[in-house]
Design a protein around this ligand. Structure first.
Ligand SMILES: C[S@@+](CC[C@H](N)C(=O)[O-])C[C@H]1O[C@@H](n2cnc3c(N)ncnc32)[C@H](O)[C@@H]1O
Length: 222
């Protein structure tokens, strides 16, 4: 489980190695905790369909499958080519999905995104990715997510938390902080909550199978 915010973002090579040594490293396709958390995550989506949606850090595509019924087109991405290959194989029955290797924040801009993703985007989902980013990269990712969304579009976040003290309990290290600090989902979500161009719509902390996670839905200000 992640716990400390890396001073530099973890590399795509690291995740490739992880996926090649164990195909579903977090057990997302079969663990009851993961399955129930994904169902809870998808249940936070507002009603109606999304014309154009983007998932960041899709892993092997477990949450992707639950997002798919809500989207006309969903681009599922991950920095690890090994993960993307698995996600694609796990979703062959869903032709309105496309897959791409994409690393945030570097490749998260209109120029780098595949042209099939109609921009501006209606929905961006990021589940269990934020704490692998350095504070500076997390800030930039949040800024680029907001910039890609159409006014009124949504961002849905889901991240593990290791305590129950609440979303305001953890300090987010300042950009470029010299000492890594403990940051979990609350800290990641706080970076998005602190943005003036994103409005919190709904959020909750879930507890299942001895683990806790934070879900937050934000809307891009018009
Ligand atoms: C813990 S897994 C989560 C997978 C899936 N989203 C889920 O909720 O089960 C973290 C994923 O984030 C991806 N990831 C980490 N850093 C990334 C980055 N900078 N850009 C894109 N993906 C990244 C990893 O390759 C990995 O697949």
């Amino acid at each position: 489980m992640p716990g400390s915010h890396p001073r530099t973002s973890m590399s795509a090579e690291h995740f490739d190695k992880v996926y090649r040594s164990k195909p579903d490293p977090w057990g997302t396709l079969h663990k009851p905790y993961e399955q129930e958390k994904f169902a809870d995550t998808a249940s936070l989506l507002p009603t109606g369909r999304f014309r154009s949606a983007l998932e960041i850090g899709c892993g092997v595509g477990a949450l992707t499958r639950l997002l798919a019924p809500h989207c006309d087109h969903l681009l599922a991405t991950d920095c690890s080519a090994a993960a993307v290959e698995q996600a694609r194989n796990n979703c062959t029955d869903l032709p309105h999905l496309t897959f791409a290797t994409l690393r945030v924040p570097d490749e998260l801009d209109a120029k780098s995104l595949p042209t099939r993703l109609a921009s501006p985007v209606d929905l961006i989902v990021m589940s269990e990715v934020g704490y692998y980013l350095s504070p500076a990269d997390l800030d930039l990712t949040a800024a680029r997510v907001a910039a890609l969304l159409r006014p009124g579009g949504y961002v849905l976040l889901a991240h593990w938390v290791h305590d129950e003290a609440g979303p305001e309990s953890e300090a987010v290290p300042a950009t470029g902080a010299a000492t890594p600090e403990i940051v979990t989902g609350h800290g990641v979500h706080k970076v998005f909550r602190n943005r003036a161009d994103l409005r919190p719509i709904e959020g909750r902390t879930g507890h299942r199978h001895g683990n806790s996670y934070r879900l937050d839905l934000f809307q891009r200000m018009v």
